[in-house]
Design a protein around this ligand. Structure first.
Ligand code: ATP
Ligand code: MG
Length: 259
């Protein structure tokens, strides 16, 4: 089994252009200022982990990235386009390039595993033959080691299996950008590590860029090329796992205490 000391910084891919460029982003709900001048850049092929206390605005941040929430001020560019200014059709085209793993796996309960995976392809991957669809579904289930679950219903899956199917469903369109919201929360340490390793494998196989939101420091350590610590609506500190864990700042140290 992998040891806890490995970090993703040892296998730095060659990063390309900026995929996400966030500057001075502000998002509030009434007088709750959730994002307050938040900055972050994610480059092609890079995994960026966002750390932050519960309720600080991590899910709000990635919902802004996919245009599920509108921001009030600042700039948020994905693939070079300002999200707030996109028309619905342009937003749909952009979302076809983005995989979103929700905090809950959000599988369709009335569909089998196969149908859950096909659904994404039918919506965005038009023009594929039945054979191509079958092949892609099998490839993705193979990636998450669940080829034999193809005809099961979500109710017949364990929590960890649901997470893996959620991952396979998000990856089936081979997205350039993945957004993971708490991909390992609620899983036992061994399954959590399996999921983290799958995320790493996908990064290397498809050169995907990712934002990974996680409270799981082991997952963060394994998957992050870089981490950002969100505190009071800003990107308070940024660096590799090693750099942040050695930082002389009590607010940042709090996240690394158990390491
Ligand atoms: N649609 C909404 N309407 C009003 N307030 C919202 C909405 N979505 C989020 N919020 C508020 O924004 C803040 C940040 O929420 P968010 O879900 O981003 O937290 P989080 O950092 O993801 O927390 P957790 O780690 O618990 O998932 C919270 O105060 C929450 O109440
Ligand atoms: Mg959240």
């Amino acid at each position: 089994m992998e040891t806890i000391s490995r970090t993703n910084t040892e296998a730095l891919p060659k990063y390309g252009e900026s995929i996400i460029e966030i500057s001075s982003l502000c998002k509030s709900f009434g007088d709750n200022y959730v994002l307050n001048q938040f900055n972050l850049t994610v480059r092609r092929g890079e995994n960026v982990v966002v750390l932050g206390k519960s309720g600080c605005g991590k899910s709000v941040l990635i919902k802004c990235v996919v245009g599920l929430l509108k921001y009030e001020e600042g700039s948020l560019q994905v693939f070079g386009k300002e999200i707030n200014s996109l028309k619905q059709k342009e937003l749909d085209e952009m979302r076809a390039r983005i995989g979103f793993v929700f905090q809950s796996s959000a599988l369709y309960d009335s569909m089998t595993v196969r149908q859950n995976l096909e659904f994404a392809l039918r919506r965005h991957g038009k023009g594929k033959t039945k054979q191509e669809v079958d092949q892609l579904v099998e490839e993705m289930l193979d990636n998450v080691s669940l080829a034999n679950a193809i005809n099961l219903m979500p109710s017949e899956l364990s929590g960890g299996m649901r997470k893996r199917i959620g991952l396979a469903r998000s990856l089936i369109l081979k997205p350039e950008l993945m957004l993971y919201d708490e991909p390992t929360t609620g899983l036992d340490p061994i399954t959590a590590e399996e999921i983290s390793n799958m995320m790493l494998a996908m990064q290397h196989k498809y050169n995907t860029s990712s934002i990974i939101i996680s409270h799981d420091m082991h997952c963060a350590r394994l998957t992050a090329n870089r981490l950002a610590v969100m505190i009071d609506g800003i990107n308070y500190a940024e660096g590799t796992f090693e750099e942040l864990s050695k930082m002389n700042d009590p607010k940042v140290n709090a996240f690394f205490k158990k390491q």
